[in-house]
Design a protein around this ligand. Structure first.
Ligand code: NDP
Length: 292
């Protein structure tokens, strides 16, 4: 059996069409476009390139995107002052603080200064807390609106838009970072999956993964998920971004696993293209909430 390929490029194109229509409607209703501010301290090459992609994506969507940079030598106080300035600017609806921040900067303290209403990257403790507190789908919501980090939000969207059953299924998430693994696990639990979170101290990773109807890999190690670790017919979501001999690959041994899985995301072209569009959806939602 060869798995159905979950095509992130195609799905992100569909979502971009939906976002364009929603942005046009928002802009004609309010007289301004949803706006994101991307801020960075230093010139980390991956951050520079990612910021460029965000600006391009947002401008193409009819949204406003601005870049705010500080030098590598910026102090904690200068970085915090920039966040506070962006928090106070009513023309900015979403703020993304790019990581890594320079050595010696307390990243958690910077995130904590963000206005939770503008934290479109879902990194402020209020947003992570509200995700943790959110009631399961199908029960009364209970908490105020919140933002989920774009990468796991994109993974969930891929499952839903491809009609993958989640409720009552066994899900295994390998990786427990605050930006990918943990929020993905919480999202799946909220969708009524039974969730196991595996990490570097998990014994018998293969045995744990084989239980999964939905297997998500967010590790950052090429080929850590091999075919013998995958239950036949499982949906496999690969968040990993690795480079082997100059070629990008995920955490999953794609060629072998696609012969066992029922559905699989390729790398590149799977979860990656979803991230920017999910961020755009969060900024649109932030602008809507702030316009109320
Ligand atoms: P982190 O390094 O923060 O987390 C990696 C996780 O993998 C940790 O929880 C770690 O466990 C776990 N891990 C490490 N080694 C093993 C092992 N041998 N067995 C089981 N678990 C292990 O990474 P991120 O979550 O930030 O990123 C994960 C991957 O996703 C990376 O490749 C990254 O580039 C990619 N990524 C992709 C994005 C996209 O748009 N698709 C966006 C963001 C990231 P422990 O907690 O015990 O240390």
């Amino acid at each position: 059996m060869t798995a159905t390929i979950l095509d992130g490029k195609a799905l992100s194109a569909t979502l971009r069409g939906e976002i364009d229509a929603a942005v046009a409607e928002f802009t004609s209703q309010h007289g301004y476009a949803p706006a994101i501010a991307v801020m960075r301290a230093g010139e980390d090459p991956a951050s520079v390139s990612y910021a460029g992609q965000i600006l391009k994506t947002f401008e193409k969507r009819g949204m406003t995107a601005s870049l705010h940079t500080l030098p590598e030598t910026a102090t904690q106080a200068e970085i915090v002052a920039l966040v506070q300035q962006l928090n106070a600017d009513p023309a900015i609806h979403g703020i993304m603080v790019q990581e890594p921040l320079p050595k010696g900067i307390d990243e958690a303290a910077v995130k904590a200064v963000l206005s939770p209403d503008k934290d479109v990257d879902g990194v402020h403790p209020v947003n992570t807390g509200r995700l943790a507190q959110a009631a399961p789908v199908g029960r009364p919501a209970g908490v105020a609106p919140f933002f989920v980090p774009a990468t796991p939000a994109g993974g969930l969207e891929m499952l839903k838009r491809n009609d993958v059953a989640i409720s009552g299924k066994m899900a295994v998430v390998v990786g427990r970072s605050t930006i990918v693994g943990k929020p993905m696990a919480l999202l799946l639990m909220r969708e009524n999956a039974t969730v196991i979170v595996a990490h570097s101290r998990t014994p018998d990773l293969a045995g744990v993964c084989r239980q999964a109807d939905i297997l998500c890999a967010a590790v950052g190690r090429a080929n850590i998920i091999t075919a013998d670790m995958v239950k036949p017919g499982a949906a496999v979501i690969d968040f990993g971004v690795n480079f082997v001999d100059g070629s990008m690959c995920g955490d999953v041994d794609y060629e072998a696993v696609k012969e066992v899985a029922g559905l699989i995301t390729p790398v590149p072209g799977g979860t990656g293209p979803m991230t920017n569009v999910m961020l755009a959806i969060n900024v649109l939602e932030a602008a809507r909430l702030q316009a109320r």
